[in-house]
Design a binder for this molecule. Structure first.
Ligand SMILES: Cc1cc2nc3c(=O)[nH]c(=O)nc-3n(C[C@H](O)[C@H](O)[C@H](O)COP(=O)(O)OP(=O)(O)OC[C@H]3O[C@@H](n4cnc5c(N)ncnc54)[C@H](O)[C@@H]3O)c2cc1C
Ligand code: FES
Length: 286
């Protein structure tokens, strides 16, 4: 039988590509930064995605799980992820070292509607591991700075040591074209130079929001949404311009298994980015 292996791999949406871990370091006690590159350089460069999409990462013998792409599409070739150790696949990922191989397939999901966001002000609100998908869109906006209006970042973490990308965000504070405000719920170091309090305590620091001209992007632990959404509504940002990236349990990532379904919505295809309107109409989303 004449088997065209390339044709069969194109037809099989579950076939992972081997990718090498290029850089690996801890972001917090239980979150690690993984920078990976597909072994096949042509495929690495052809892997185009939009901010807010995710990929499935697999470890032989352990399984696979979805992870938000944390790097920006404006810098192709290398893909970055922030991964928290929580179970089988992430335990296996945490045993790997630089130069080891993982499986990678994707990109999946809808991502942020960057075309609609062009020319608008961008207000990013992140908490905890919510920085993983939102770092992608933040870096994208900064790499294409002339295409956006104001760019504002509000980032909250429980304690200084738990703020992922802490050094990177402190560096970004030096940029005049980014309004960057950081907060921790509790300062156990006595040396935290920024705000102390939950992420919503940062809202009074931002002035003169032009709501009709603003897209707000939110990601964080479930408890954060209720309070952040209240603030965004107070600012009169239209509900279809408030975008949230949400996590559901997923298996296939390509709309085949039904694991992520809520009514007629497949969150792996129609999400993980939803508007506040979607969420109001489908409360189960959060
Ligand atoms: C779109 C998307 C993006 C994501 N992005 C990231 C990211 O950037 N970084 C990141 O760290 N994580 C991310 N996640 C979450 C990640 O995919 C999960 O934490 C994944 O389950 C980890 O796999 P695991 O095998 O290590 O953990 P698992 O073994 O699946 O366990 C994870 C947790 O879920 C519990 N659990 C296991 N099975 C079930 C079940 N059937 N029902 C309820 N609870 C169960 C376990 O007790 C444990 O607490 C994302 C998820 C989605 C859907
Ligand atoms: S994860 Fe299988 S349908 Fe969405």
């Amino acid at each position: 039988m004449n088997m065209d292996r390339n044709a069969s791999s194109r037809e099989n949406p579950f076939l992972p590509e081997p990718a090498r871990i290029v850089r690996l370091y801890p972001l917090t006690d239980d979150v690690r930064f993984f920078q990976v590159r597909m072994v096949d350089m042509d495929k690495a460069l052809a892997f185009r995605y939009r901010a807010g999409q995710f990929a499935m990462i697999s470890v032989l013998g352990a399984g696979e799980a979805p992870f938000s792409i944390s790097s920006t599409p404006s810098r192709p070739g290398l893909l970055e992820f922030c991964i928290r150790q929580t179970g089988t696949v992430t335990d296996a990922l945490f045993k790997l070292k630089e130069n080891d191989l993982v499986g990678l397939r994707g990109p999946y999901g809808n991502g942020f509607p960057v075309e609609k966001m062009r020319g608008k002000d961008i207000l990013i609100v992140m908490g905890g591991l919510g920085a993983a998908p939102l770092r992608s869109v933040l870096l994208y906006c900064l790499d294409n700075r002339d295409q956006f209006g104001r760019v504002i970042l509000l980032h909250g973490a429980k304690r200084p040591a738990e703020m992922i990308f802490r050094e990177e965000f402190f560096d970004l504070k030096k940029r005049a074209d980014l309004e960057c405000h950081l907060a921790v719920d509790e300062d156990d170091t006595g040396q935290w130079p920024e705000n102390i309090g939950v992420v919503t305590t940062l809202f009074p620091l931002i002035q003169d929001i032009d709501p009709e001209n603003t897209y707000s992007l939110v990601c964080g632990p479930p408890v954060m949404y209720r309070f952040v959404l209240k603030e965004l509504v107070k600012l009169n940002i239209p509900k279809d311009q408030i975008l949230m990236t949400l996590e559901r349990r997923m298996k296939c990532g390509v709309g085949k298994c039904g694991h992520c379904a809520i009514d007629y919505i497949y969150t792996c295809l129609d999400g993980p980015v939803f508007t506040y309107w979607d969420v109001i109409h489908m409360r189960e989303l959060i």
